[in-house]
Write a protein of this length. Sequence first.
Length: 152
Amino acid sequence: MPASPGSASPSVRVRLDKWLWAARFYKTRALSADEIDKGRVHVNGQSAKPSREVRAGDTIELRSTDGTRTFVVRGLSGVRGPAPVAALLFEETAASIALRIEAAERRRLAPEPAHSQPIGRPTKRDRRDIDQLRGRPGAAQWDDRWSASVDD
């Protein structure tokens, strides 16, 4: 029973996992169902199951590594169509857009993690210095372990 993207007919029923897939938030329905089961998707502030029916006007929150994104359902569809049609199914809230832009700016201004590490592996001398600083038992001098003396 697919509906046109702009329709909000009460007779149309669409599962949450199917709607997230049709709106192109996830590549497969299985991925959307897994994310819902992990508790990363909330509908109207409550945890949801993949079989929950979505209605026009519902607020959906998606948690990911990039942060939380909030959307309002504008249309229902059970079929995955082209991206321009899928974009008509939802509208991102202004607060969510502002948070996403702020997070992108923080990432842009953050220092590059690779620059904090020295280039390459430590040399043998560097390794000995590190061992000596850490107080490891293998940090003894070579002469301390071996002796040419017969008395030792």
